[in-house]
Design a protein around this ligand. Structure first.
Ligand code: KG4
Length: 251
């Protein structure tokens, strides 16, 4: 008997067909997930686009020049943005996942209460968030009486400042028609608000998917599959598994 297995627990999505519980006939892993959430909600999106993928495992700026034609502009050199939200929230004693908890608490806080670093703000398209996390920990140890909402709002503002500044610079530099947010952190209310304002100011089409489409979901995988099928046809059952599959980036 052949059994189709589908694995969807993290950033990766995997399918396999196993015969009689022992023999692997097919085993595929896709890490392409997030970019295609955008096309499900707004099929009229015009290319080229700059996509900012911000999740628990990735922080990437990608120029999307066509379907299947991506150029990686920059990525985090240490923690992903979502990882920074989760680690800071844990230090502040908030629930996991930390992003939504910080987002909710920050509404009551003052984003200017603490002056946290905006790492690599003016340098290229790469990101660094581990210094910011350390700065929050050091600050809270020095100011144990400061309201947690103020710390949360100030931390969130530092992350959003860097994300928005780099995304809009990337969009300008590659001549993008629009900016698209993807990944779990794209559900962040302050990031959504600031990204939309930046797009209006810069005359860019904005695509900020609804929060349910930001986090891991199978619809975007099926949408990516449709575009891939259209471009390359079906894969054979003998296709090998590649656990390190990456976006097919242009040279
Ligand atoms: O894309 P995603 O659902 O999955 C993985 O990366 O596996 O992203 C999850 C990340 C977590 O780090 C979570 O804290 C963050 O997205 N996140 C948020 C918000 N909602 C989810 N971060 C900031 N603000 C939010 N509202």
């Amino acid at each position: 008997m052949r059994v189709l297995g589908i694995e969807t627990s993290c950033d990766e999505t995997a399918v396999a067909v196993v015969e009689d519980g022992r023999s692997i006939l097919s085993n595929l892993i896709s890490s392409q997930a997030h970019l295609y959430g955008a096309f499900l909600e707004d099929p009229a999106l015009e290319l080229p686009l700059v996509v900012m993928l911000v999740s628990g495992g990735h922080t990437m700026l990608v120029a999307m020049e066509g379907h299947g034609r991506y150029r990686l502009l920059g990525q985090t050199i240490d923690d992903a943005a979502g990882e920074a939200f989760d680690k800071v929230a844990r230090f502040l004693g908030l629930d996991y996942p930390g992003g939504p908890a910080i987002d909710a608490l920050a509404v009551e806080g003052d984003p200017k209460a603490a002056d946290f670093p905006r790492s690599m703000l003016a340098e290229g398209y790469d990101f660094s968030f581990s210094g910011l996390k350390t700065a929050v920990i050091t600050h809270v140890r020095k100011h144990p009486d400061q309201a947690v909402a103020d710390v949360a709002a100030s931390f969130q503002e530092a992350v959003v400042d860097v994300l928005v500044a780099k995304a809009r610079r990337a969009a300008r530099d590659v001549g993008a028609r629009g900016l698209c947010l993807a990944g779990g952190v794209a559900a962040n209310s302050r990031l959504r608000e600031r990204a939309l304002d930046a797009c209006i100011e810069d005359g860019l089409q904005a695509f900020v998917p609804n929060p349910a489409m930001c986090t891991d979901n199978a619809a975007m995988v099926a949408a990516a599959g449709w575009w891939r099928l259209r471009a390359d046809g079906p894969s054979s059952l003998g296709t090998g598994a590649d656990p390190n599959l990456r976006l097919p980036l242009l040279g």
